[in-house]
Design a protein around this ligand. Structure first.
Ligand code: MTE
Length: 315
């Protein structure tokens, strides 16, 4: 992001656990269909994380189309949950979880408006009941040059779009995150144009890979990951996946977005992962695999999802 931060230390996975899991993961890709990742790897969803209490049993099952990756190790929950970008709280990745713990998310309502048949609001419990979560293991690539592999729990966002009944004039979605400087200290920094706002083209938002996310590692989202509801768009840089969404608007024109407004030369509207296009201040050819020895690995076009999404950008 614009203000480069000192990289915090990352707690490595204990080696025995990591090696054991790695061997296990090699053979496990096909066989997990009926299990949630958390039940397969109870240690990953470690109780060390401040996880929001589930109101009803939350037991997402792994969608076998998105199994553990053959070429990447899963990022341990305790690592992913201690290395977060959530500027509403702080720009220090290692402090987000602590500062975000206890943020009030009950009640939580998402308003849907703009070019839809009928604007409405939906409470998070209702959303979670109507759209049961499945688990998908996705690559996550931040524009800052690091990445993780994360088991997100959620539903195909296209289902929610259908539920919203957009009008034919709708071409983009505009997402807005919460605005609560009382509880979110980063929002007292008025050099940022709070609240966080992002946008997607309607065809991108409808793509099967775009996930409406209510959980991670088999449990409801902890605050540092964007409780209680976020969107994850795995072929784009991480900032295109807004956290803690309170409003979704269907619009005809491309909406302004937070990072693009702050630094238009650095953060484009599309922001598809592309190793050939350097950030003006650093290369995007490689990435650091956080928590997995910080290995430097080549970055893949569309973050490894080219086969699924390249056709969206043919023209
Ligand atoms: N959403 C909001 N509301 N605020 C943020 O600061 N940061 C983005 C994205 N969504 C951000 C956000 C960035 S830069 C990244 S890399 C991811 O969230 C990080 O998600 P994670 O912490 O759950 O891994």
């Amino acid at each position: 992001m614009k203000r480069r931060l000192p990289e915090p230390r990352v707690t490595p996975t204990p080696e025995a656990l990591f090696l054991g899991r790695r061997k296990f993961l090699k053979g496990v890709g096909q066989g997990l269909g009926a299990l949630s990742l958390a039940s397969a790897f109870p240690l990953l969803g470690s109780a060390a994380d401040p996880v929001a209490p589930a109101k009803s049993p939350y037991a997402p099952r792994l969608n076998p189309a998105f199994p553990p990756l053959a070429d990447r190790r899963l990022t341990p929950a305790a690592v992913a949950g201690r290395y977060n970008n959530f500027y509403e709280f702080t720009t220090d990745k290692a402090s987000v979880a602590r500062l975000a713990a206890g943020f009030p998310t009950d009640p939580w309502t998402i308003t849907v408006g703009g070019l839809v048949e009928k604007p409405f609001s939906i409470g998070i419990e209702d959303l979670m009941a109507r759209f049961p979560a499945e688990e998908r293991i996705y690559r996550m690539r931040c524009v800052e040059g690091w990445s993780m592999v994360v088991p997100w729990d959620g539903f195909p966002f296209a289902k929610f779009i259908d539920y919203c009944k957009p009008l034919s004039a709708a071409r983009h979605l505009r997402f807005v995150s919460f605005n609560d400087p009382k509880h979110a200290p980063g929002q007292r920094d008025t050099s940022f144009p709070w609240p966080y706002y992002e946008g997607l083209r309607l065809d991108e938002a409808r793509h099967d890979l775009t996930l409406g996310v209510t959980g991670v590692y088999g449990k409801p989202l902890p605050m540092q990951h964007g409780a209680p509801f976020r969107v994850v768009v795995p072929w784009k840089y991480g900032y295109k996946s807004p956290k803690s969404i309170v409003s979704i608007e269907f619009v005809a024109q491309q909406p302004p977005t937070f990072w693009n407004d702050l630094a238009p030369d650095e953060y484009s509207y599309l922001s598809n992962v592309d190793p050939r296009v350097p950030h003006p201040r650093w290369s995007q050819e490689t990435e650091r695999d956080i928590g997995n020895d910080d290995l430097r690995i080549p970055t893949l076009p569309y973050n490894g999802y080219a086969d699924q999404v390249a056709s969206l950008y043919k023209s």
